[in-house]
Design a protein around this ligand. Structure first.
Ligand SMILES: NC(=O)c1ccc[n+]([C@@H]2O[C@H](COP(=O)([O-])OP(=O)(O)OC[C@H]3O[C@@H](n4cnc5c(N)ncnc54)[C@H](OP(=O)(O)O)[C@@H]3O)[C@@H](O)[C@H]2O)c1
Length: 159
């Protein structure tokens, strides 16, 4: 994703950009390999097989350990699986956005599923929102965000 203006996010799947983004993450993290690297969004203007193919090339070059996909449908997961092992799928899932058709496919195929925005200003207390997700199926790993140590303690307690 690029952010050409405040609050504007635009998918960019040009292969050169994907390579540059991986190199920039390696530099920022100070590591030689990204253990798990997601294609943040599928760019509808670039063939999916080219986008995951580029990540596969970076994996073969040792710069990526495992490849994940973000905000994809099960048809896109299936298409990507022709070129890569999909190690994780990250998508919005929470009490306010409770339906993701790709979840069933991930559960059946035992692909780890990572709900992003798992709290989404939920009417539920944060631990209950996380427990709701964790009880949906095995292989679910929500990634709540917080800027508060006190909230962090409340988030890890149910786990
Ligand atoms: N793949 C993607 O396209 C994508 C898109 C969006 C987000 N994400 C990822 O998803 C993760 C989480 O997203 P998010 O932070 O936007 O959403 P979120 O985890 O659903 O919500 C975070 C909000 O919940 C509050 N909160 C956290 N713990 C709390 C607690 N115990 N009690 C009360 N409030 C609490 C936080 O406030 P405080 O700071 O005050 O705790 C913050 O305002 C991030 O890692 C983000 O990078 C991925």
């Amino acid at each position: 994703m690029t952010r050409p203006a405040p609050d504007v996010w635009r998918p960019l799947g040009h292969l050169e950009y994907l390579r540059t983004a991986v190199e920039a993450s390696l530099r920022r993290l100070g590591v030689e390999r990204l253990d798990l690297c997601y294609l943040h969004r599928v760019d509808p203007t670039v063939p999916l097989e080219d986008q995951v193919g580029e990540l596969r090339a970076l994996q073969l070059a040792g710069k990526i350990g495992h490849i994940g996909l973000s905000k994809v449908g099960d048809d896109q997961i299936r298409a990507a699986e022709k070129a890569i092992v999909v190690a994780a799928v990250q998508s919005p899932l929470n009490r306010a956005e409770p339906n993701d058709p790709a979840l069933g496919y991930c559960v059946r195929m035992e692909i780890p599923y990572v709900p992003y925005r798992p709290l989404n200003a939920s009417a539920l207390p944060a631990p209950a929102a996380l427990n709701w997700l964790l009880n949906l199926a095995p292989h679910i790993a929500p990634i709540p965000g917080t800027s508060s140590p006190e909230h962090l303690r409340a988030l890890v307690r149910p786990l």
